[in-house]
Design a protein around this ligand. Structure first.
Ligand code: MN
Length: 480
């Protein structure tokens, strides 16, 4: 992509933006990297442009795109942070500095290095989410060109991508980017399985697409009479998500029946439910398949209604129903909100609220001392399968799968967690190691003056509970 094309593409979503700074960043980066090449043999600058292009596709603001062009100059060339600040101003210099910081620290063991990278990355996120988005765009291009690297490095980078960057992209709701990262890592880490699945999908694509197109046409005709505004899109799952489902359900590819599905996009919240009603009138829903990620949202920004119905040929089709705004968020995640914020020219309180989990989480993580401990909590908290637990008053708490009543107690309030002496699930007393299931109603019994026990540490799954318990035990000198 050349400079003219970049300017044109930015003009689509940010009309009348002065682009002289972009031109300057473009030429500055080109000069700074002029004597460097990538493992592919291409000029290094190609990488910088690719990163900027991804940021433009995500419709990020101009300073972020400039920082994307410049993201490697401090690390890889003689240019200093001060140079950048002088040439491009504080905002762009800080973004580049944030990305550079994430790169530079090296640690002894693989686990420690990874834990420490995570911690730094999340602390950086708290300062400016755009730093992480640049980092994700950087990783995407590195993964797209990974086959030029030696095998051992490919594996290390792919492992890091699947266990660190893809879950983070997921958490930030950047679904497209997450799926591509996962599929690229899948290709490197499980080449045989990837090739087999890829071939199977290609072999079946034609018939699947025909049946999907047929279903879509039927659905369109059924919804024709309604005055509710809507459009219907066909979609297919990524290779990695199909593979995971096969593993989870111990099925082969042919048995995974909802590898394709449709989306219905409408204009308002009320109309998503209205359309769901129409769909369920026309098609038989599969019992237990309906999930409402609108009233009970996931821990990331994602919102939609999900249901699986049976088509005329007995095929199962997953249908997702959402508003245009939810759709934008599902595609671009946090980047969509950033864009919104820029256009409004004011702070998006809604987004701030949604980012609260991230801030709180970082606070708890700071209490954890060793990188290994940090890594363990992180793996559990990033586990994407979640359970929804109700308080006796009907409030919903979202917890990672495997969470126990103690995790729930600390999620409600740390004082309730600290003084917990027992728990009731669905009105029956349970042990502390009871594994909560979605839909459980959990009631915590407390006694004033009661305090955490050392064995709680072996029971809890969330960083929040672990950190609070450990902090208490440390203060009492019970654990180191
Ligand atoms: Mn880079």
């Amino acid at each position: 992509m050349n400079l003219e094309a970049m300017v044109e593409k930015i003009g689509v979503y940010q009309p009348n933006t002065p682009t002289d700074l972009l031109e300057k960043a473009y030429n500055f980066s080109k000069d700074a990297h002029s004597d460097q090449a990538r493992a592919s043999g291409e000029r290094y600058f190609v990488h910088c442009v690719a990163v900027a292009e991804t940021l433009i596709d995500l419709r990020l603001d101009l300073p972020t795109v400039c920082a994307g062009l410049l993201h490697d100059v401090v690390e890889d060339t003689k240019v200093s942070s001060q140079d950048l600040k002088r040439e491009f101003g504080e905002e762009i210099a800080l973004l580049v500095e944030g990305v550079t910081k994430l790169e530079t620290l090296r640690f002894n063991s693989r686990d420690e290095a990874q834990a420490e990278n995570w911690r730094k990355m999340l602390l950086a996120t708290a300062q400016d989410i755009r730093i992480i988005i640049i980092k994700l765009a950087d990783r995407l291009h590195n993964m797209r060109t990974i086959h030029f690297l030696p095998c051992d490095r490919q594996e290390r980078i792919a492992y890091e991508t699947s266990s660190l960057y893809a879950p983070l992209a997921h958490r930030l709701g950047m679904f497209q980017l997450k799926s591509e990262l996962e599929d690229l890592a899948f290709m490197v880490l499980h080449p045989k399985e990837f090739a087999e699945l890829d071939a199977e999908i290609k072999a079946m694509t034609a018939s699947r697409e025909t049946s999907l197109a047929r279903f879509k046409a039927v659905l369109e005709s059924k919804l024709q009479a309604t005055t509710i505004p809507h459009r219907i899109l066909a979609r297919s799952k990524s290779l990695w998500s199909i593979y995971q489902k096969m593993q989870r359900q111990e099925k082969n590819f042919r048995e995974i029946q909802d590898a394709m599905g449709v989306r219905i996009i409408t204009d308002s919240l009320a109309n998503t439910y209205a359309l769901l009603g129409l769909v369920h009138t026309e098609f038989k829903p599969v019992p237990g398949s309906f999930t409402d990620y609108i009233s009970v949202p996931k821990m990331n920004l994602y919102q939609s209604l999900h249901t699986t119905v049976m088509g005329a040929q007995g095929e199962l089709i997953e249908i997702q129903i959402r508003t245009e705004e939810m759709h934008r968020t599902a595609e671009y995640g946090i980047a969509a909100h950033w864009r919104y914020k820029m256009q409004e020219g004011s702070i998006d309180l809604h987004l701030e609220e949604k980012l609260n989990w991230l801030r709180q989480w970082i606070e708890w993580l700071q209490d954890l001392k060793s990188p290994r401990e940090f890594l363990e909590s992180l793996k559990t908290d990033l586990e994407l399968h979640q359970v929804f637990i109700f308080t006796p008053k009907g409030e919903v708490k979202v917890l990672p799968a495997g969470a126990t009543p103690l995790d729930f107690a600390f999620a409600v309030h740390s004082e309730i967690g600290m003084a917990c002496i027992g728990a009731k699930v669905n009105n029956k007393m349970v042990k502390f190691d009871y594994v909560l299931k979605s839909g459980d109603t959990c009631e915590i019994v407390t006694r004033k003056g009661s305090t955490p026990k050392e064995n709680w540490l072996t029971v809890v799954k969330t960083a929040r509970a672990r950190s609070k318990i450990r902090q208490f035990l440390r203060e009492k000198g019970i654990v180191a």
